[in-house]
Structure formats: structure tokens, C-alpha cells
Design a protein around this ligand. Structure first.
Ligand code: C2E
Ligand code: MG
Ligand code: MG
Ligand code: MG
Length: 282
């Protein structure tokens, strides 16, 4: 009967949810020890400035990877939300910042002059009262040039508390650190607010880049984000660029900075060094 089927469905969903919850708790437990077991690693994805012939590698986005001992590689899309819900993103985020600055200090000594690393900040990190201090201390401890650090934030975390967000961003600017607004276009930020934030970069979200040049909606969105960036005097970078056609199209629209598989995938530090050196060669 319908009633019996309903009961069956209830049991089905219930056990599925239990399974999901069990997995989440297991991930959280394992993530707790991931740092000390040294299972976390930073990958670096090239960011290309297309102005010059062929394009310079101007920076690298820092992307966290977790090599789980039993499950193998787990993607940040899965474990970052767990890290945020459990608060583990705080020690993990500190580790990421420290590690990225140490690496870039080594790169500066090793000749990758002017390379900028872009570190993602989560909402919970942004709410920590000592965030600016943490960034300042980390820069000091690692002898890192503030000009060569970029922080990536998302719209949601600005809109949560506009006044304190402006203060934090202003402090970053005072430190000399660059700020990029990540995944731009996917949030709900009001455009009139946008001009109040001291930002340096807008990152066009890859969901819009994917559809260009075929999809007329995506093309219109990308076009207006680039125009918006220009009128607010922000630099613009497109993420998720996978084809030469997309790069050319964006270039013609006035976007000259790119990140995506077409130029390079996220890679371990050593591989990134080789990537950078290969691009410098005449
Ligand atoms: P995100 O900050 O928007 O990073 C860009 C994501 O797009 C990365 O996924 C990158 O590998 C992927 N990507 C880059 N180019 C392409 C492309 O051409 N095609 C496609 N399909 N994808 C591309 P990833 O590494 O899986 O990271 C996912 C998200 O996890 C990041 O999105 C970021 O929000 C978060 N995340 C990663 N590392 C960290 C971290 O250290 N801290 C925090 N708080 N979040 C992080
Ligand atoms: Mg990012
Ligand atoms: Mg992004
Ligand atoms: Mg994203």
C-alpha cells in the first residue's frame, strides 16, 4: 500500500542520512589528526598575465590537498565544509598561510622574483578577531614580502558584517597585502556595496567561463563583470579557463589575467618551480 511504501521510503532516506552523517563524523575525526600526521599538502595553480608575449606567470593560487591514508586523495570541496563546521579550518587555515608564505620565501630566494601566492580564506577565519594580526605575524615570521601575498575571500563573508569587513580589508591594504574577491557573480552582493570595499581583484567564477563563447547568458555576465571591474578600477582574473578559445575571447573583452587547466593544473611546489622556469625561458 501507499502507506507501507511511505514507511519504506522513510527508512530508506533515514539510513542514507545516517550513512552521510557517519561519513561526515569519520572525516571530521580523521581531519583532526591530518595536520600532525602530515597528510595535508599545498598545490599551486599558475595565474597568467597575458599582457606580455605568451604570458607571464604572475602568481599561484594555493589549493589544499588531503591524502587520506585509507581513502586516498579527498577533494577540498568535500573536506573544507567539514573543516568549517567543526572549526578545524582555524588551525588548518593557519597552517596553509604559514606554509604558503614559507614556500614563497624560498621561491623568492630561488629566483622566482615577484611571484605572488593567493591563499583562500574561509568565512570562519574571516570572523576571527585576530585575523589581521595572524597575517601580519605570519608575514614577519616567514620574512615574506606583503606585496607578494594575496588573500581570496568570497562575497558572502563581506555581506555578513559590512562595517567590520571594510575595516579588515583596509587593514590588509595597510599591511600591503592584496585582496581578491573569489567566485564573483555566484553570491548576492549588492553592486552599490562593492565599491565600498578596498579590493584589488575580481575573480570571474568558472561557472560563467565554462559557457563562453557559445552561451549568450554567460557571455553577457562575463562582459558586464569585466565592465564593472573596469569602472571600479579593479583588476580582473578569469578562473576555470580550459581552452584557447575562451582565453582569446576573454582577452578581446578586456580580461588579461587567467587561471585554468588550459594554462596549468594545480601542482606540487616542485613541479610549479619547473613550470615557472620553463615559462621564463626565451
Ligand atoms: P576556488 O578557490 O574557487 O579554487 C578554484 C578551484 O577550481 C580549484 O578547485 C581548482 O582546482 C579548480 N580549477 C582551476 N582551474 C580549473 C579549470 O580549468 N577547470 C575546472 N573544472 N576546475 C578548475 P579545488 O582545488 O578542488 O578547490 C575547491 C575549493 O576549495 C576552492 O575553490 C576553495 O574554495 C576551497 N579551498 C581549496 N583550498 C583551500 C584552502 O586552503 N582554504 C580554504 N578556506 N578553502 C580552500
Ligand atoms: Mg580561490
Ligand atoms: Mg574561485
Ligand atoms: Mg570556486
Amino acid at each position: 500500500s501507499a502507506k507501507a511504501a511511505g514507511v519504506g521510503n522513510y527508512h530508506f532516506y533515514s539510513s542514507e542520512m545516517t550513512e552521510q552523517l557517519r561519513r561526515r563524523l569519520a572525516l571530521e575525526r580523521d581531519l583532526r589528526s591530518a595536520l600532525e600526521r602530515e597528510e595535508l599538502e599545498l598545490f599551486y595553480q599558475p595565474q597568467i598575465d597575458y599582457h606580455t608575449d605568451g604570458g607571464d606567470c604572475m602568481g599561484a593560487e594555493v589549493l589544499l590537498r588531503w591524502r587520506h591514508p585509507q581513502e586516498g586523495f579527498i577533494s577540498p570541496g568535500e573536506f573544507i565544509p567539514v573543516a568549517e563546521m567543526s572549526g578545524l579550518i582555524i588551525p588548518i587555515g593557519e597552517w596553509v598561510l604559514q606554509k604558503a608564505c614559507q614556500q614563497n620565501h624560498l621561491w623568492q630566494l630561488g629566483g622566482l622574483h615577484g611571484l605572488r601566492v593567493a591563499v583562500n580564506l574561509s568565512a570562519l577565519q574571516f570572523q576571527q578577531p585576530n585575523l589581521v594580526e595572524l597575517v601580519a605575524t605570519t608575514l614577519e615570521n616567514t620574512h615574506h614580502n606583503p606585496d607578494l601575498l594575496e588573500l581570496e575571500i568570497t562575497e558572502g563573508l563581506l555581506m555578513n558584517d559590512v562595517q567590520s569587513a571594510i575595516k579588515i580589508l583596509q587593514s590588509f591594504r595597510d599591511l600591503g597585502v592584496t585582496v581578491a574577491l573569489d567566485d564573483f557573480g555566484t553570491g548576492y552582493s549588492s553592486l552599490s556595496y562593492l565599491k565600498r570595499f578596498p579590493l584589488n581583484f575580481l575573480k570571474i567564477d568558472q561557472s560563467f567561463v565554462r559557457g563562453i563563447p557559445q552561451d549568450s547568458n554567460d557571455t553577457a555576465i562575463v562582459r558586464s563583470v569585466i565592465a564593472l571591474a573596469q569602472s571600479l578600477q579593479l583588476d580582473v582574473i578569469a578562473e576555470g579557463v580550459e581552452t584557447a578559445e575562451q582565453a582569446t575571447f576573454l582577452h578581446n573583452l578586456g580580461c588579461h589575467k587567467f587561471q585554468g587547466y588550459y594554462f596549468g593544473r594545480p601542482m606540487p611546489a616542485l613541479e610549479f618551480t619547473r613550470f615557472w622556469e620553463a615559462r621564463q625561458a626565451p
